[in-house]
Design a protein around this ligand. Sequence first.
Ligand code: DOR
Ligand code: ZN
Length: 344
Amino acid sequence: MSKTQITITQPDDWHLHLRDGEALTSIAPFTAKQFARAIVMPNLNPPVTTVVQAVEYLDRILAAVQGTDFEPLMTLYLTDNTRPDEIIAARKSCFIKGVKLYPSGATTNSDAGVTDIRLCDKTLEKMQEVGLPLLIHGEATAPDIDVFDREKVFIETTLQPLMQRFPELKVVFEHITTKEAADFVTESTANIAATITPQHLLFNRNAMFQGGLRPHHYCLPVLKRDTHQQALLAVIRSGNAKFFLGTDSAPHAKSKKESACGCAGIFSAHAAIEIYASIFEQQDALDNLEAFASFNGPDFYGLPRNSRTITLKKQEWQIPESYPLGSETLVPFLAGQTINWKLA
Ligand code: DOR
Ligand code: ZN
């Protein structure tokens, strides 16, 4: 008989964009309602490159989630000029849990990102030494590379050589989208893990072109073909502990998405755990949800699992068409659609 209610250890979101200012105030409560902790991406404008900037950002996030127990886990934005000293300071800070690699030009606010990863070798060596994870946006950015091949090319040209230079570096391959990435992580040593978003489990690239151009299904790395979606679904059915929940929830104003040059990013924080539950149920893998959402992430990061629980009920509800985003509006993932699990 199919389940009508599940209770799991409270989950964490291991990849999240919270933005800043009034957008932060609008969206942070969605995450705080579901998740105990989240790894907060540093791609603000200007980016969060120092421990001092991270603590200031942490304070603004805490103000936005006042009255909750939500714990932001902060990250630093790696640049060509990040010094090993900053890594030591980050390690000592206790609230910085990773350093984010954006290849320059790969995505939103990545202009200050890394132009050549070898320029960071001293810093990466220090990260390996102190056990601070590198969180990777894994896309090669040379303009001649086909957009659908960017993850695969990144593995071959950047990630494999990087792991040869730093075999003990802890790495989270973020928001994987391809069979190549799933295989790479599965076959790697235990210090390499990956996050998977709801959109890459639920859709393939057809979703971006269904009856017209669908800007709200556009994110980076872009949705791939069906065979890749199937490989990601096979991963969650397998229950492999190297893979865990990371929404990559990334809000942009409706006007910036529905535009001649629309921004990349899908906002899923409003219903993240409910959407993952629907996907796992559909895959007949509900029993794997708790490890994916609540165990594998903290185990990899060396953090305690949460002690509270959440309960999800089998109950249909309709996702709103929009939410406020400061003075603008936001179209959430699966806007207007009905989903069948609801946080109690
Ligand atoms: O789609 C995306 N949006 N991918 C990213 O890597 C960044 C994010 C954003 O910040 O909007
Ligand atoms: Zn992201």
